[in-house]
Design a protein around this ligand. Structure first.
Ligand SMILES: Cc1cc2nc3c(=O)[nH]c(=O)nc-3n(C[C@H](O)[C@H](O)[C@H](O)COP(=O)(O)OP(=O)(O)OC[C@H]3O[C@@H](n4cnc5c(N)ncnc54)[C@H](O)[C@@H]3O)c2cc1C
Length: 171
């Protein structure tokens, strides 16, 4: 049988109350948080890293899929299929010199017809600005380690930070 330990019972202080808690500040989380806060909800984003943007910042190439695959289907009408807050971010990046905007793919367009290159360091600053303007509270370097539920309803999350990390050392 696998060896286990039983952790001691802990009294965990309740740090935050909010209307909308966004678990993870990747592209989905940041845009959801902006939409939520702009509509008046007290919004918190909890992110394990020290920046927002998630996988898009940590490994992706150009951003895909703002447009349909019109080049792969001759005769198809070119259409922008993603607008709203994602487009607003691109507009802010262009304004700040952090993107050329959407550019046509010259090859590989069965995968994507238009690609959107961004400067990731400029993105990091702009998305912080947008969060501040919308009034989103950010908890960075903060790991979600568990959820708290009442029945089937999610009530909150348990977090751990660099300062208050839970550790177990075995000799
Ligand atoms: C290697 C790679 C290359 C890619 N290339 C491209 C590309 O070229 N073009 C393109 O358009 N798309 C690309 N993608 C896809 C694109 O990056 C993802 O579709 C998109 O980033 C998903 O966004 P998301 O917000 O759903 O998730 P994620 O970006 O994964 O965001 C999740 C966030 O949650 C945080 N998180 C996770 N667990 C916890 C926790 N327990 N506590 C606190 N925070 C937590 C993470 O740190 C992260 O910030 C690529 C993805 C990868 C992995």
């Amino acid at each position: 049988m696998e060896k286990v330990i039983i952790e001691r019972e802990k009294y965990t202080p309740v740090r935050l109350e909010c209307d909308v808690l966004v678990a993870g500040g990747g592209t989905a989380g940041t845009i959801a948080a902006l939409a939520s806060a702009r509509n008046g909800a007290k919004t918190v984003v909890i992110e394990r890293f020290g920046h927002l943007g998630g996988s898009m910042i940590n490994g992706a190439g150009p951003l895909h899929s703002f447009f349909n695959l019109y080049k792969a289907f001759p005769g198809a009408e070119k259409k922008q299929v993603v607008k709203g807050i994602p487009q607003e971010i691109i507009d802010r990046l262009v304004e700040a010199g952090g993107s050329f905007g959407h550019v046509e793919q010259e090859k590989g367009y069965s995968y994507d017809s238009m690609a959107t290159l961004i400067d990731r360091e400029i993105y990091k600053g702009i998305i912080f600005d947008m969060m501040r303007e919308a009034g989103v509270k950010l908890l960075l370097h903060t790991m979600i380690v568990d959820t708290v539920k009442e029945g089937s309803e999610a009530k909150g999350v348990i977090i751990e930070t660099n300062r208050e990390g839970k550790r177990f050392w075995q000799k």
